[in-house]
Ligand binder design. Structure first.
Ligand SMILES: [Zn+2]
Length: 358
C-alpha cells in the first residue's frame, strides 16, 4: 500500500513538476579567419614587424609604437581576448604555457575548418574552398529547425563562401556574406549598405570586416536572434597579401569588435548574463621559413594549430581541459552552452570542451 502510495506520489510529482526547465540561453559564435595563436598569446612578432618585406617603410614606426614597444605585447594587440576572455572565461591554445588547440581535419584551410567547427567533425571529402554547397548539416541549420530557435539563428560573414558552407538553399538559414547588401530594414542598415557600396573592394569575395561588424551589431539590436554567428575575414587575406602591418591592425580591430559585441550583449536585457560568446579561428599559419606566416595548409608546418576562447554564464573561468582542444568540439560546446543536448544533433560530433562550471 505504501509502495503504491509512493508510486502514485512519484507519478503525480512527475506530472506536476516536469523536468526542470532549461534556463534561457543565447549564443554568439565569432571566427577570425586564419589568425595564428602566436599573435593571440604573444602579440606581434618583433622580427616580422621590422621586416621591410612584411611592413612598408612608412608604417614601421606606427607598428613599432603600437605593438612592439608596449611591455605586454599580447595585451597591446588583443586586450579583450587577453584581459576579459582569458580571465572571466577561458582562452585555450597557448602552447607557450602548456595549452593546446588544433583542428581535426587534415587540410588546414578555411572550408574544411569552418565545416569542422560548424558540424562537429572533419569531412575528408572537403578538399577545396571551391567545394560548393555543403552536404553536411551544421549545428546552426539543425537549431534553426528546432522549436524555440526557428527563425532566430543569424549569420553575418565577411567571406562570400560562408553561404556555401552553410548551404543557404538547403538550410534556409539567414546569411549575409561577402559584399552582399543587408536588407535595409533600418536607417542604420541603409547607411551601412551605402558606405559598403562606396568602399574599395580589395578582395572580390571578402568584404572589409567593419561592414560585417556594423551589420552584426545592428542585427543584434533589430532582430535579437537567439544564436548569432559572426565571421570576420581580414586577418587571413592580409597575411596572404604579405602585409603584416595590416594583419596586426586587423587583429586589433577584430579584438575591439569582440569587445563591442560583448558590451552590446551585456547592455541588453535580452542577452545580459545569459549569453555565451565563443571565439575561434578556422586554421593557423605556417611556421616554416621566413614567409611561412603568409600561408597555411598541409605543406605549412603547424598551421593546424588554433586557439579557442569562451566566456559566459556557464563557463568556468580559467578552466583548462586536460586534453588538446579540438575545433571538432566547438559545435557540442556551443549547443551545451545553449542548454541543448548535443548528442541529439550528432552523437559522432566531438564532445563539449570540459570548460563548463561543475
Ligand atoms: Zn587563407
Amino acid at each position: 500500500m505504501i509502495v503504491r502510495f509512493l508510486a502514485a506520489l512519484a507519478l503525480a510529482a512527475s506530472i506536476a513538476v516536469p523536468a526542470q526547465a532549461a534556463p534561457d540561453r543565447r549564443l554568439v559564435l565569432v571566427t577570425l579567419d586564419g589568425l595564428h595563436w602566436t599573435e593571440v598569446f604573444r602579440g606581434a612578432d618583433p622580427e616580422r614587424a621590422a621586416d621591410p618585406a612584411a611592413v612598408p617603410f612608412d608604417e614601421r614606426e606606427a607598428i613599432r609604437t603600437a605593438f612592439i614597444v608596449p611591455a605586454n605585447k599580447a595585451r597591446a594587440l588583443m586586450p579583450f581576448l587577453n584581459d576579459v576572455v582569458a580571465r572571466q572565461g577561458v582562452l585555450l591554445g597557448d602552447r607557450d604555457h602548456g595549452g593546446c588547440a588544433a583542428v581535426g581535419n587534415a587540410m588546414w584551410f578555411s572550408y574544411p575548418g569552418y565545416n569542422e567547427i560548424l558540424t562537429g567533425k572533419p569531412d575528408p571529402a572537403i578538399v577545396s574552398n571551391a567545394h560548393g554547397l555543403n552536404r553536411n548539416v551544421t549545428f546552426l541549420e539543425w537549431l534553426n529547425r528546432r522549436p524555440g530557435f526557428a527563425g532566430r539563428v543569424e549569420t553575418v560573414a565577411s567571406w562570400r563562401v560562408h553561404r556555401d558552407i552553410l548551404d543557404v538553399p538547403k538550410s534556409g538559414l539567414s546569411v549575409n556574406a561577402g559584399w552582399e547588401d543587408a536588407p535595409a530594414r533600418t536607417p542604420t542598415e541603409a547607411t551601412i549598405a551605402r558606405l559598403q557600396a562606396g568602399s574599395a573592394r580589395i578582395w572580390p569575395e571578402v568584404r572589409l570586416d567593419t561592414f560585417t561588424h556594423a551589420y552584426a551589431l545592428e542585427l543584434l539590436k533589430r532582430q535579437k536572434p537567439k544564436v548569432l554567428y559572426v565571421a570576420y575575414g581580414e586577418t587571413d587575406d592580409f597575411a596572404h597579401d604579405g602585409r603584416y602591418d595590416q594583419v596586426l591592425w586587423a587583429a586589433q580591430r577584430a579584438d575591439r569588435f569582440l569587445g563591442e559585441l560583448w558590451a552590446a550583449l551585456q547592455a541588453d536585457p535580452a542577452y545580459a548574463g545569459k549569453t555565451t560568446l565563443i571565439v575561434t579561428t578556422d586554421h593557423g599559419r605556417g611556421t616554416n621559413g621566413k614567409d611561412g606566416w603568409r600561408h597555411h595548409g598541409k605543406p605549412f608546418a603547424e598551421s593546424n594549430q588554433v586557439w579557442i576562447g569562451a566566456i559566459g554564464p556557464d563557463i568556468a573561468p580559467g578552466r583548462q581541459p586536460g586534453t588538446c582542444a579540438s575545433s571538432s568540439q566547438i559545435a557540442a560546446t556551443a549547443l551545451t552552452a545553449l542548454g541543448v543536448d548535443w548528442r541529439a544533433f550528432d552523437p559522432a560530433a566531438g564532445p563539449p570542451l570540459a570548460i563548463q562550471k561543475p
